[in-house]
Design a protein around this ligand. Sequence first.
Ligand code: PLP
Length: 394
Amino acid sequence: MRSSSVIPNHCQRGHLYVDLGAIRANVLTLDRLFKAQGSSTEEGSIYAVVKSDAYGHGAVAVAQALTDMDEVCGFAVATAEEAFELRENGIKKPLLVMGHVFPYAYERMINEEIAVLLFGDDILEALHDLGVRLGKVALAHVEVDTGMSRLGIGADEQGLLFMRKASGFSHIRIEGIFTHFAQADEVDQEFTRRQYREFVAFADRVESELQMKIRYRHAGNSAAVLAGVEMLLSFTRPGIGIYGIVPSAAVQERMEAKLEPALSFVSQIVMLKDSRSGTPISYGSTFVTEKETLVATVPIGYGDGYPRCNNGGEVLVRGKRVPIIGRICMDFMMLDVTGIEDVAVGDRVTLLGEDKGERITIEDWSRQSGRYHYELICDLNQRIPRLFGIGGGL
Ligand SMILES: *Cc1c(COP(=O)(O)O)cnc(C)c1O
């Protein structure tokens, strides 16, 4: 790479660059939007979702970069191990596991003050018994199912019975009650509003009929915040938006705020070859050159999480969009760089991100592969190293 002197050796084949400044800026934007709906909290309004390694961005680095922000009141993950990793790396803020936790993890969660998602009698009893044994209080948030049919208690009489039962356990502190939206990323917000109303009505009943004081009410993913869904709650739980990615085209239409994509993915050209017309390229020979073609080989493939697509997709070389030709391999891809002036081995290849005003977005990846953009970033795997910084990449 032209600037290879500053790129660590293990990153030369390719690396992800995560702009932590962009992530902080997006948190500020989401906090402002959420508060504009009328919620007033003394604490921060953003419970930052950093599950699945912060959507591929690196959970520890992202949490470390956000933890000093007043706008961030805690971090949410999907598994106990994800929460443990954050504690091991010095994250002291509240942590919530929004997934189902198996009993083996309860003891460590209680000891490390990590909140458990509560939705059934088994969890209640096991948590309480452990709490008694350890002489500690287990933290919990109750999920109320208002339309996802995934986890959670019903927003009904049975749900109320559960809450009544839960309120009697001395070694469990229910700190939060929440719900999760199923359609916030769609054009029609009616279903989301209905979920919200049902949730609030249920939380109100818990408070008035059971005299239970639950400190936090929360709902909302990035889509709900960005689309301006009214939520008068303690805080909200955005994930994708923190990373500067818009949840859907419908949300993009509605939103006025701008998010900053945080992720770039760069590699370099390792081989250049003049190929005659009629040269087959890559597995299956699905692409055959129809003219004399300058072919560049890039040492990144689907083994790094780059989406495999047959003949399609573009990357940036010297600020120009160039096509990927032939099938993407596990460890390589080939480009047609014919006509790119001064192109050379060692030139930077931008697979995601910006180069000289041109930009490849995760939405481009989604279009070229027919896959969901959330899934694509989560797929960026551990083989590809991450570098972190503030501002543009190396
Ligand atoms: C993943 C998740 C979120 C964040 O959703 P985004 O669409 O990434 O903003 C919020 N709440 C729950 C329960 C989740 O599982």
